[in-house]
Design a protein. Sequence first.
Length: 279
Amino acid sequence: MLKEIFNVSSSQSFAHTSLPLTVGNVQVNIATLHREGERAPIVFLHGFGSTKEDYADLVLHQSFAGHAFLAYDAPGCGDSQCSDLSSLSIEMLVETALQVLAHFKIERFHLVGHSMGGLTALMLAHRCPQRVISFVDIEGNIAPEDCFLSRQIVDYPSDDPEAFFTAFIERARHAPAFASALYAASLRRKVRAGAVRGIFQSMVELSDNADLMGKFLGLQCPRMFMYGEQNASLSYLPHIQAHGVRLAQIAACGHFPMYSNPMAMWAQIADFHASCALD
């Protein structure tokens, strides 16, 4: 059974690259995982409090054999560095994505984004729709109701970044959702406290005022929206399905399919690509 699912040959592995960039006036050093391949690249943008390693297992799944692959830590997250954490925002993450894609000479690609990364991916796809072959949005923000994490910057105001982050971690640790405690356990390793405010404020601003739903439904590429069964009450699910978006509900899962049910996540992404007859 394992031989049917996994291939651990050296040709299926990935490389690490540290990539120094200047985004606006800010110096960043981006930690990446990547693999070359003859099939179209799949680009992953991780969520807040997650890292590129969420997607490293792609290389073990035979369904993705031959695909080039890229995942990286956003500035101020994981192993990536940022000289001015206060400058971080979704717009800066989009600009970072464009520079990383240019470095790896990736012109057209399949796009997968989770949560913060899903919102970044949406803004990237809206900016250059001709480059996106398909889009898998894993609970990325497309409506104000999606700000259940980021809106805490408004609901629990604090002038002290460390104090806010400490309280945020504790709230996450005790949240009644799959993988919440697991998520909370590594937040200090995966995000710098000074990065939180700018990211969260821009997520709330975009979710409330930037017509994200219109941008998402306006994309012409095949789209799939993935969500955990604990979030099946999201009000817009029937609406986006009626507009041609494929829905993928992940069992035994809240906001984090890559932690709670990764095999189901990978199977849904692979089946989506196959159903669209995509390269």
